[in-house]
Ligand binder design. Structure first.
Ligand SMILES: C[S@@+](CC[C@H](N)C(=O)[O-])C[C@H]1O[C@@H](n2cnc3c(N)ncnc32)[C@H](O)[C@@H]1O
Length: 209
């Protein structure tokens, strides 16, 4: 079996090649909230995309391993990291997380919107993410809670796993982990027409004892 599924790589590379920049370039706000009070350590950013979270973490002194399946995204992220002067603190690695996973354990493992319209063994990947958390470290999962109201995919029948369902999928030993957050925070954003809008995210933060 190849280390990378060709269809997965093509899908995400095509998305990134549509424009010079796909995401905002700013670190995800829930990551910033959670990490702000923590001392710097080692972090693993799963599905790092254009690298904004990894670059923000590295700027705060973290040593980051940042992973994505898209070479277009990784090249872009590496160029941004160099421009920000933090390239030495980020190890960009290409993985199809459904097939290979970075080695090591980390003080923070972050999966921000690691969601895919393709077949994606979500529970297995998130369980591997939990196994990569060092003793005393944290796993932060942030996902869409609702489809953005302006999206062509918005439909009342479309639903995402609740934070409780995601926690259950992780199948963690309750004696080995403490749940620090399990909620659905709202976020004020500006929609593509420049109008104010609200997004709902689903957030799971667990800490290994
Ligand atoms: C919705 S984007 C989120 C990007 C970034 N975390 C952010 O919040 O801006 C999902 C990312 O996961 C990556 N991805 C999707 N499937 C993957 C897989 N099987 N292995 C590794 N990365 C994957 C995509 O290339 C994409 O960059």
């Amino acid at each position: 079996m190849d280390a990378v599924d060709a269809e997965t790589a093509r899908h995400w590379d095509e998305l990134y090649q549509r424009r010079e920049r796909i995401w905002s370039g700013r670190a995800n706000p829930h990551l910033v909230d959670v990490v702000d009070p923590l001392p710097a350590g080692t972090a693993l950013d799963l599905g790092c995309g254009e690298g904004a979270d990894a670059i923000w973490l590295a700027g705060r002194g973290w040593r980051v391993t940042a992973v994505d399946v898209s070479t277009t995204a990784l090249d872009r992220a590496a160029a941004e990291a160099a421009a920000a002067g933090v390239a030495a603190r980020i190890d960009f690695q290409r993985h199809d997380l459904t097939r290979t996973f970075p080695e090591g354990v980390f003080d923070l493992v972050s999966a921000q919107f690691l969601q895919s319209p393709l077949e994606f063994p979500r529970a297995e990947v998130l369980q591997a993410a939990a196994r990569a958390v060092a003793p005393g470290g944290r796993l932060l999962i942030v996902e869409h809670g609702e489809v953005p109201p302006w999206s062509r995919l918005a439909h009342p029948d479309v639903r995402f796993p609740t934070p409780e369902e995601t926690l259950a999928e992780l199948d963690l030993d309750p004696d080995g982990w403490r749940t620090e957050r399990l909620d659905a925070p709202r976020r004020a954003v500006t929609d593509p027409d420049g109008q104010p809008a609200t997004l709902v995210d689903h957030l799971v933060l667990v800490r290994r004892r």
